[in-house]
Design a binder for this molecule. Structure first.
Ligand code: FAD
Length: 292
């Protein structure tokens, strides 16, 4: 986590100290230390907080691995089947889903349709506060050795929690196994528009160049945009919906849904299979929002 100023670094240090009781290991890195950790960073940065236990995951590989494991454990995958709504019994209990390929009965239905979750939830009489928050990624030409650690700037958290509707940009940079660099990040509310915008790409590139001047020698070979499922308090909605028995939500993870996928699955399993309120159940309970 990179900081441009001494004040910023001090603030980062305070935030890191708050995380210590949870067992999160950090090291404070000054400007000299940062130069030896990441020689290609701009030399005028104040320092960084090094989160030693951070790791990187390939979202597509992780998804396929989880899918494979689920199927080996007995799950059935019905790909390419669009759910048009939930199936309600006379008492208002959710007892399955309806699809163009036929109805599917179920003891419990988990709505995990990302930014499209509201389309399904509405059929259960539930109105979600989840909104699409667009984000762009730039992929550079191969730049082996550009950086050794995934990095983001200290103001990234402020861009996540910002209430602004317009574009927020904060540096995120990491390498792929293929030697290209992935650069982000942007945040904006523009409905369901997923088109890539040259202006946003330019803003991300400018921010990346400020931290990594060596990027001037690389090209952007691709850029794409996706929609994050934003929730008003920046926490996901995971768990049962009181007004629609049998209906569960697992959505609203915004920009952390890959990292939070395993714990989300654990919470849902605790509710449905374990029949108990999970440790984090109240924090992420959908009922904290009116209409859920
Ligand atoms: C630019 C960008 C960078 C990001 N970086 C990170 C990161 O570094 N770390 C991180 O953890 N997260 C990151 N995220 C966020 C992450 O991608 C999301 O939080 C996550 O994908 C949300 O998962 P989900 O399963 O809720 O929704 P999705 O991944 O959107 O999946 C929802 C699925 O439901 C399906 N679906 C929708 N409607 C229906 C229907 N009616 N019937 C059947 N299926 C349906 C969709 O086809 C889709 O497959 C990033 C997102 C963006 C856009």
């Amino acid at each position: 986590m990179l900081y441009e100023t001494a004040d910023g670094l001090a603030d980062g240090q305070r935030k890191a100290a708050d995380l210590q009781p949870a067992g999160i290991r950090v090291e404070i890195v000054d400007a000299t230390g940062l130069r030896s950790l990441e020689p290609n960073l701009a030399h005028d940065l104040a320092g960084a907080i090094y989160y030693l236990d951070e790791a990187q995951v390939d979202a597509r590989a992780a998804t396929l691995a989880m899918l494979d494991t689920a199927q080996r454990l007995g799950a059935t995958l019905q790909a390419g089947t669009e759910v048009s709504g939930v199936w309600l019994d006379a008492g208002g209990r959710v007892v399955g889903v309806t699809t163009k390929q036929g109805d599917i009965p179920a003891g419990a239905v988990v709505c995990a349709a990302g930014v499209w979750s509201n389309d399904i939830a509405r059929s259960a009489g539930v109105e979600l506060p989840v909104r699409p928050r667009k984000g762009h990624i730039l992929v550079t030409s191969r730049a082996p050795g550009l950086i050794a650690h995934p990095m983001l700037e200290g103001s990234y958290a402020a861009s996540v929690t910002s209430a602004a509707e317009g574009i927020q940009v904060a540096l995120v940079a990491e390498m792929t196994a293929g030697g290209t660099a992935l650069l982000g990040s942007s945040r904006e509310f523009v409905g369901f528009d997923r088109s890539a915008s040259p202006a946003v790409a330019q803003a991300i590139a400018a921010r990346a160049l400020r931290f990594l001047p060596r990027l001037a020698q690389a090209s952007i070979i691709r850029s794409y945009a996706g929609l994050r499922p934003w929730s008003p308090d920046h926490l996901p909605l995971i768990g049962p919906v009181a007004s629609a028995p049998g209906f569960y939500l697992a959505t609203g993870h915004e920009g952390a849904g890959i990292g939070l996928a395993p714990v989300t699955g654990q919470i849902i399993a605790d509710w449905i299979v374990g029949g108990r309120v999970p440790e984090l159940g109240d924090t992420v309970r959908p009922g904290r929002f009116a209409g859920c």
